[in-house]
Write a protein of this length. Structure first.
Length: 128
């Protein structure tokens, strides 16, 4: 299976993979220099501008044939129709990282452990 590239170029954007774990990834979303109309305070005077982050669940596409041409199985970015279900856009790295950790199970594990400890301690106090 062909892997999702670490850098994806579109007409207006450059997406650079920041982190990946199993089927989830965080990409930095850069606006290409020729599309930058104005710059925020602190942005470099020239060059591409970081405008946000995208957290995705990497999609898997099966091999197929179209008009007699074979296309191999591959990993893919979520489509526009899948956005909001398999892809999320954030303005800050903090929020993107939180979603990434939630999807990869880091936060879920912590919440379960904390809830378990709280429930257990309440039971001991009440029925101790």
């Amino acid at each position: 299976m062909k892997k999702l590239p670490e850098e994806i170029n579109t007409r207006k954007f450059i997406l650079k993979q920041y982190a990946r774990k199993n089927k989830y990834a965080i990409f930095e979303k850069w606006l290409k220099e020729k599309y930058v109309v104005c710059r925020a305070k602190g942005d470099p005077p020239e060059g591409d501008v970081l405008i946000g982050f995208e957290v995705i669940q990497i999609r898997r596409k099966k091999a197929y044939e179209l008009f007699g041409k074979q296309y191999p199985a591959k990993e893919a970015y979520p489509s526009n129709e899948e956005w909001g279900l398999y892809g999320f856009t954030y303005n800050s790295f903090r929020n993107a990282n939180f979603k990434f950790r939630e999807l990869t199970g880091y936060e879920k594990l912590g919440v379960r452990q904390r809830r378990g400890e709280c429930i257990q301690s309440k039971v001991v106090e009440k029925y101790g």
